[in-house]
Design a protein around this ligand. Structure first.
Ligand code: SAM
Length: 225
């Protein structure tokens, strides 16, 4: 019960009004000036790894999917979020004649809903895990659920802001962390790199974690099921 309250609290801020300013506030301003990681660094992950059939977890405003230059772009995208508003907002933004876009409501802490299917060529989970409650010994279960729906030769990629063993480098980042944690939008106080790597290693045969500014970027392959 407690878990579900904290989970919904973390996804609740993503209203239509917030998503309208999300690109300016998060993608352009906070990423660069609070976390010292330009959005283009994350966009590169999308450009490098987006596959034909893609699952996007926690799409927010959909900026990365709307701005990727991956060629060819995915022909089939499934969006998954605990909050239905980012689903409809992003689906409208990325719809295209040559692309199927589907949406499923669900949390990464639970198995991916059966209606989403399996065998994804790529799974993106960008800036979601620092929102999700629990440290990586608990929220790491997300990797098990996502490994289950990834194709044997597929790739999972994303990024997160860790909270233990690293203080945000900028005053802006420290202020955002304090405010977002107070309102339940950030739950990363106990997230550390060792436990992130342990969780990735538990569910994937191959993974990498790199850092740019305060952001840890990861990729993982060879799902263990
Ligand atoms: C900070 S936004 C990230 C948006 C986008 N991926 C980006 O990188 O800018 C977090 C997103 O994760 C979603 N979210 C939060 N908790 C979730 C959970 N437990 N399961 C699935 N999605 C969740 C939110 O609704 C929101 O769309």
């Amino acid at each position: 019960m407690v878990r579900h309250d904290a989970e919904h609290e973390a996804a609740a801020p993503y209203t239509r009004a917030f998503l309208t300013i999300y690109d300016a506030w998060v993608i352009r301003l906070s990423n660069r000036f609070a976390w010292q990681c330009d959005a283009n660094v994350m966009l590169d992950l999308y450009n490098q790894h987006l596959g034909h059939r893609h699952l996007e977890v926690g799409p927010g405003s959909g900026w990365y999917l709307a701005n990727t230059t991956a060629t060819p772009g995915p022909a089939h995208i499934t969006l998954m979020d605990l909050n239905p508003t980012p689903l409809s907002y992003t689906a409208r933004r990325i719809e295209a004649a040559d692309r199927v876009v589907e949406s499923v409501c669900g949390s990464v802490l639970d198995p991916v809903p059966a209606e989403a299917g399996t065998g994804y060529d790529s799974v993106g989970i960008n800036f979601v895990l620092h929102c999700v409650p629990g440290d990586f010994t608990k929220k790491g279960v997300a990797f098990r659920h996502l490994a289950h729906v990834l194709a044997d030769d597929g790739v999972l990629f994303g990024s997160t802001i860790l909270g233990r063993g690293q203080t945000p480098r900028t005053l802006f980042g420290r202020a955002l962390t304090a405010v977002y944690s107070r309102v339940g939008a950030f739950n990363n106080r106990d997230d550390d790199r060792g436990e992130l790597e342990t969780a990735l290693n538990e569910h994937f045969g191959e993974y990498s974690v790199t850092n740019t500014g305060d952001v840890s970027l990861f990729t993982a392959r060879r799902p263990r099921r």
